[in-house]
Design a protein around this ligand. Structure first.
Ligand SMILES: [Zn+2]
Length: 71
């Protein structure tokens, strides 16, 4: 369970306010995945926020966007 305070998301392990960050991954098939998450600067505990996947179909501009929301 996550604790949400006025300052942000609190680490469930050590109660530190977690930092929000975004990570982008690119795969060989052209798929891009953008992940946003909260990370504890003290114990490195990670909580996922959302994940967006963008795929190209047969090299065309057809995009598949998949959004997963964790909060
Ligand atoms: Zn922590």
């Amino acid at each position: 369970m996550q604790m949400q305070t006025r300052e942000g998301i609190q680490c469930p392990k050590c109660k530190t306010i977690m930092e929000y960050s975004i990570e982008t991954e690119k795969f060989t098939d052209g798929t891009k995945r953008i992940k946003s998450f909260y990370k504890c600067p003290v114990c490195n505990y990670k909580v996922n926020d959302q994940q967006i996947s963008v795929s190209k179909v047969d090299g065309t501009e057809k995009l598949i966007i998949k959004i997963e929301k964790f909060f």
